[in-house]
Design a protein around this ligand. Structure first.
Ligand SMILES: C[S@@+](CC[C@H](N)C(=O)[O-])C[C@H]1O[C@@H](n2cnc3c(N)ncnc32)[C@H](O)[C@@H]1O
Length: 317
């Protein structure tokens, strides 16, 4: 089912739509604009299906993060950079009484989330449980940029973000506004990758800056802006009453041929391929594939181990 994004807000709880922010500013390229008229996040066109190829692995840190949120009364939850909305929708099991809003500046990601929600609404299967008396939790998706989203003070209980803030330049500048948007006892919780020194990223950067590719890929900006745990602590200390930070390295056991390439195809590789014509994109991908095969050889089992470090932050008011 395709979705007309002129009607970008759809709620699983069929009440009047409360957020009228339906129109996105666009850059010259027709992409959503970031705070500065187009940061790295604004120039990536996402492919929900490719991204969801590793949905289980990508959602695991989401639930590890949610598991550490201790806010007791949770009425309003916002998921920043919600992507295809799969994990966001699952939050209804965690907070069945809450209104949940997913925000993303990618039209295709929000379209995917809206399609899934529309299919669900059309299904006779209950959304969360079979208790007819249980109020349907509201789920809403909004095509909006994280940097232009302006939450009202003391209006939310949980703001969370999984694997999105590294696409948002200077996101630590937004923490004060977000914490002010929380009610007492509220929580800001986010996870960002901490694997930018891993071969999956360093090989990509080395290839893109090699003499053969540099002329065509020099315009690709430094893709991400993620920080180390101590930086996040310093950014949040004084704004939050408690700050809990940890890191986890997941060892994903991936199946199939060139699984690390397929993983990165859904995220970090995208800004590079978008700048290349079809033939160059194939040649660049082939060179990257060869490098990845050496860095991530298949185990005897046929599976490939993909180590992925992630940083988690949970700050409460
Ligand atoms: C790696 S995906 C994560 C999706 C989802 N949170 C998950 O865990 O599956 C990153 C998402 O962040 C979104 N994003 C990046 N920069 C953004 C921004 N400035 N405003 C809103 N969304 C943004 C992208 O469009 C993309 O859907």
């Amino acid at each position: 089912m395709s979705q007309d994004l002129s009607n970008q807000v759809l709620q699983s709880n069929p009440e009047p739509q409360s957020n009228p922010q339906l129109q996105l500013p666009t850059s010259d390229e027709g992409q959503p604009k970031g705070r500065n008229g187009g940061g790295p996040s604004a120039i990536v066109t996402w492919d929900p299906e490719q991204y969801l190829r590793y949905a289980d692995e990508r959602q695991r840190p989401f639930w590890d993060l949610v598991g550490q949120i201790r806010t007791e009364t949770t009425r309003n939850v916002v998921d920043l950079g919600c992507g295809p909305g799969t994990a966001t929708a699952g939050l209804r099991h965690r907070w069945p009484e809450a209104e949940i809003l997913g925000i993303d500046n990618s039209e295709v990601m929000i379209s995917r989330a809206l399609d899934a929600l529309a299919d669900e609404l059309a299904s006779p299967t209950p959304l969360v449980d079979s208790d007819e008396t249980h109020a349907r939790p509201a789920l809403t998706f909004l095509n909006e940029d994280i940097t232009t989203w302006k939450p009202a003070p003391a209006s939310l209980d949980v703001i969370l973000s999984n694997s999105a803030l590294h696409w948002v330049p200077r996101h630590t500048d937004l923490f004060a506004t977000w914490l002010a948007a929380l009610r007492p006892g509220g929580t800001l919780a986010f996870q960002v990758p901490g694997n930018f020194n891993a071969p999956s990223h360093t090989l990509l950067a080395e290839l893109a800056t090699s003499p053969g590719w540099r002329p065509k890929l020099a315009a690709v900006p430094s893709i991400v802006e993620a920080h180390e745990p101590a930086d996040y602590y310093r950014a949040l200390n004084g704004l939050a009453s408690t700050v809990d930070i940890w890191e986890t390295t997941y060892y994903h056991c991936l199946e199939g041929d060139d699984p690390v390439l397929e993983w990165v195809r859904g995220s970090a590789l995208r800004p590079y391929l978008e700048r290349l014509g079809a033939a160059d994109a194939i040649a660049f991908t082939d060179a990257y594939r060869r490098a990845l095969r050496l860095a991530y050889p298949a185990e005897e089992s046929g599976k490939t181990l993909f180590a992925f470090r992630r940083i988690f932050v949970v700050a409460s008011t």
